[in-house]
Design a protein around this ligand. Structure first.
Ligand SMILES: Nc1ncnc2c1ncn2[C@@H]1O[C@H](COP(=O)(O)OP(=O)(O)OP(=O)(O)O)[C@@H](O)[C@H]1O
Ligand SMILES: Cc1ncc(C[n+]2csc(CCOP(=O)(O)O)c2C)c(N)n1
Ligand SMILES: [Mg+2]
Length: 347
C-alpha cells in the first residue's frame, strides 16, 4: 500500500495515532497551529506549511517573487486562524540543481516583502537538493504568540451560533482556473483581480486579532479556508461536535467571480464552496453577538464579513439551504492531496 491509499486526513490520523503529549501542549494536532504554554506571559503558536512546484504553483503562472510571498502568506494565515500575532519564521528550501539563481533571489524578495509587512523576522532555515526530482519546494515554520484566554480554536462552535466568512470565497480558485486554462476569452479586469488573489493571498491577520479581542465567549470557533469552505467548515464541525447549514443565497460571490463563471457557463457556487486557497477566515459567533462583531469590523475598517449560515446538531451533518427553503446535504469536495483528481492516488 502507498500513501495515496488514504485521504490526506486519514493518513495524518494513522501516522499520528497514540503520539504522547504533555501538559504544556494546550492544543496539539488538529488545529491551524499548535499552542504551547511555556510559562511565559503569552502562549506560543507554531505552524508549518509548504508550497511545492506543480502542486501549489508553477513558475509559468506565478513569478518567483509571488511564490515567495504566498509561501509566507499561507503560514501567516494559520496564525491569523488562531487569532495570534506572527513573530519568527524558518525557511526550508528544496532546490533542484538546475534551478536558476534569479528564481531563488526572486523567491527571497517575496519572502522579505511579506515578512516585513507582517513584522515577522526570518531567523533561520535550511537548504537541500532534490536529487533526481526537478521540483522546487518551500517549507516554512512560523512561530507566533497570543494572550492567554484569547486563542481561538476550531473546537468551540455550539448549536445556534452564526457562521461568518471574511471576503469572497471562490475568487482564488477561479483565478487559478483562468491561469491553468488561459486560452478562453475571459473578462480582462475580472480575470486580473482573481489571478492576483490566487497568486498572492492576503492573510487576514488584523481580522484574526479583532476576533481574538472579542474573545472565545463571542467568537466560538475559527479556521482559515485553505482546502475549501465545505471541507474547512467540516473541520470546525468535527472538532466542535456539531453540524452546519449554509444558506446559498447568503454566500458572498464577488462580481469578478460571477463574471468569469458566466463566460465559462460554470456555476460560481462550486468555486465558492469547494475551491480552496481563499485564506479567508471562517468563524462562528454566539447568538446575539452578530451585530457586535459586524460593528467592530466596520469600525476597524477590516475586511467585509458575511453571515452565511447556522451551526446545527451534529446529527444533521453539513447542509445547504436554497432560497425556496429546500435543504440538501452539502458534500465536501475540497482539496485533498491524495484524492483530488489530478493528484496521485493508488488503488
Ligand atoms: N505529518 C504530520 N504529522 C503530524 N501532524 C500533522 C502532519 N501533517 C499535518 N498535521 C496536523 O494535522 C492538522 C491538519 O493539517 P493541515 O496541514 O491540513 O492543516 P490546516 O491548517 O487544516 O491546512 P493548511 O495546512 O492548508 O493550512 C494540523 O493540526 C497539523 O499540524
Ligand atoms: C498548479 C496548481 N494546481 C492546483 C492548485 C490548487 N491547490 C493546490 S494545494 C490546494 C489546497 C491548499 O494546499 P495545502 O492543503 O497544502 O495547504 C489547492 C486548492 C494550485 N494552487 N496550483
Ligand atoms: Mg489552516
Amino acid at each position: 500500500m502507498s500513501a495515496g491509499t488514504w485521504s490526506e486526513f486519514e493518513l495524518i490520523a494513522r501516522l499520528t495515532a497514540g503520539l504522547p503529549s504533555r501538559e504544556e501542549v494546550v492544543v496539539g494536532i488538529g488545529d491551524d497551529c499548535a499552542v504551547l504554554d511555556t510559562g511565559g506571559p503569552r502562549l506560543l503558536l507554531l505552524t508549518c506549511d509548504s508550497q511545492v512546484e506543480g502542486v501549489h504553483f508553477t513558475l509559468h503562472t506565478s513569478s518567483p517573487q509571488e511564490v515567495g510571498r504566498k509561501a509566507l502568506a499561507i503560514n501567516l494565515s494559520d496564525i491569523a486562524a488562531m487569532g495570534g500575532e506572527p513573530r519568527y519564521a524558518l525557511i526550508s528550501l528544496h532546490i533542484p540543481r538546475r534551478c536558476p539563481l534569479e528564481v531563488l533571489e526572486g523567491l527571497y524578495t517575496g519572502l522579505r516583502q511579506e515578512a516585513a509587512a507582517a513584522q515577522t523576522l526570518i531567523i533561520g532555515g535550511n537548504v537541500s537538493g532534490t536529487g533526481a526530482a526537478e521540483t522546487l519546494a518551500i517549507d516554512i515554520t512560523l512561530l507566533g504568540e497570543s494572550e492567554r484566554g484569547r486563542v481561538l480554536t476550531r473546537a468551540g462552535a455550539r448549536v445556534g451560533d452564526t457562521i461568518f466568512v471574511t471576503g469572497y470565497p471562490g475568487d482564488s480558485a477561479a483565478g487559478l482556473h483562468s491561469l491553468l486554462y488561459p486560452d478562453h476569452p475571459y473578462p480582462p479586469t475580472a480575470c486580473e483581480r482573481l489571478r492576483a488573489v490566487h497568486r498572492v493571498p492576503r492573510p487576514r491577520l488584523a481580522e484574526g486579532r479583532l476576533l481574538s479581542q472579542l474573545g472565545p465567549q463571542i467568537v466560538t470557533a475559527l479556521i482559515d479556508v485553505s482546502d475549501g469552505l465545505s471541507g474547512d467548515l467540516g473541520h470546525i464541525c468535527e472538532r466542535s461536535g456539531v453540524g452546519a447549514s449554509i444558506e446559498v443565497a447568503r454566500l458572498p460571490l464577488s462580481a469578478e467571480l460571477q463574471a468569469l463563471a458566466a463566460t465559462l457557463g460554470r456555476d460560481p457556487l462550486a468555486w465558492a464552496l469547494h475551491g480552496g486557497e481563499d485564506y479567508e477566515l471562517l468563524f462562528t459567533v454566539a447568538p446575539g453577538y452578530e451585530e457586535t462583531v459586524q460593528a467592530r469590523f466596520a469600525a476597524a475598517g477590516a475586511a467585509p464579513i458575511t453571515p452565511i449560515g447556522q451551526i446545527t446538531e451534529a446529527a444533521s451533518g453539513l447542509r445547504l439551504r436554497w432560497p425556496d427553503g429546500r435543504e440538501e446535504p452539502l458534500s465536501v469536495q475540497s482539496w485533498d492531496h491524495f484524492t483530488t483528481p489530478g493528484q496521485a492516488r493508488s488503488t
